[in-house]
Ligand binder design. Structure first.
Ligand code: ATP
Length: 247
């Protein structure tokens, strides 16, 4: 296959700074169509900063292309229209609106017929949201709120869904559910860029992984190779060096 066709997101030599402090330095990353890619790393490594810059929330120095289009001049809403979507770490739902109204907000740019199709698709992925469609978002459990945030992003029919710490603060059984749904997304033609501190779960679901430390990528490769890497196992998976390969 022509690699230019299969690459959906390509970030080349990205730098993102808060004032004089560079939080992301010379980072390059690719996500192909039908791929789940994860970025793992400790608190403060720069993962959220990178996602926000790709979305256009923060200014980025470097080059970002999406589906072959240069994003430099595109506002956030135009990036959404191009098929890029971000589920932020704090979910940012409208707590005093019900589930269905929150979902409809995610479809404000798409045609009515697409929205009608999307909502059925979201309810098929998250039957719990259908059961609770008239419930106020603010009264949902943490796991349900995460599902709603993902569902709302899917209403815009994205080609690439960027997820920032979807498992944060959730019970293990709900985390398993969220990761199962992430795999289902790939099967339905949505690529995923996943930022996670739960490296174990992220590496199980992902095809490829990047390891971020202090604003830079120090390692990347197939998720199964990263999972068996000695340094990753010791730093991020809570495992001893035995059975893991050296960097
Ligand atoms: P976390 O898992 O805690 O979100 P992260 O890997 O996503 O971590 P970032 O939140 O991107 O990391 O933070 C990267 C660096 O940028 C950190 O040193 C952080 O203190 C700094 N930083 C983040 N947001 C700001 C901000 N608004 N102003 C200044 N510095 C910031």
């Amino acid at each position: 296959m022509n690699p230019a066709v299969s690459v959906l997101l390509r970030v080349t030599s990205a730098h993102v700074a808060y004032g004089k402090v560079e939080a992301v330095r010379a980072v390059s990353i690719e996500v192909a169509r039908d791929e789940i890619v994860t970025i793992i790393g400790a608190n403060g490594a720069g993962k959220t900063t990178l996602l926000n810059a790709i979305m256009g929330i923060l200014p980025l120095r470097g080059r970002v292309t999406f589906a072959g289009q240069d994003l430099a001049r595109l506002e956030i809403e135009d990036r959404v229209a191009a098929g890029l979507s971000l589920v932020p770490e704090h979910r940012e739902l409208f707590g005093s609106m019900n589930v269905e109204d929150n979902l409809q907000l995610g479809a404000f740019r798409v045609a009515r017929a697409v929205a009608a199709y999307s909502i059925e698709r979201v309810y098929a992925l998250f039957p719990r949201l259908k059961e609770r469609r008239k419930q106020l978002a603010g009264t949902l459990s943490g796991g349900e709120q995460q599902m709603l945030a993902m569902g709302r992003a899917l209403m815009g029919a994205p080609k690439l869904l960027m997820l920032d710490e979807p498992s944060l603060g959730l019970a293990p059984i709900i985390v398993a559910d969220i990761f199962r749904i992430i795999s289902e997304l790939r099967a339905s033609g949505v690529s995923v860029l996943l930022v996670e501190q739960n490296a174990q779960a992220a590496l199980q679901v992902a095809d490829r992984a990047y390891v971020m430390e202090l604003g830079e990528f120090i390692l990347d490769g197939a998720a199964k190779d990263i999972a068996s890497n000695q340094r990753v196992a010791a730093s991020y998976l809570g495992l001893s060096h035995e059975g893991a390969s050296a960097v």
